[in-house]
Design a protein around this ligand. Structure first.
Ligand SMILES: [Zn+2]
Length: 57
């Protein structure tokens, strides 16, 4: 399961969220509960770094 890093546009809180495959919805901010969050990047792939981590289709 990929871990995405999000940043809240409302309060600037940065947090990580485990997002199940197929879910394309920004989580709400754990700090202010705003849904105005943006995905920064995924660290999925860096865990098993080595051979071809571009498995995103
Ligand atoms: Zn917030």
């Amino acid at each position: 399961m990929p871990i995405y890093e999000y940043k809240c546009k409302e309060c600037g809180k940065e947090f990580e969220e485990l997002v199940p495959i197929g879910i394309d919805k920004n989580p709400s901010c754990p700090s202010c509960s705003s849904e105005n969050t943006e995905k920064k990047f995924s660290i999925f792939g860096s865990l098993g770094a080595g051979c071809g981590n571009s498995g995103f289709t």
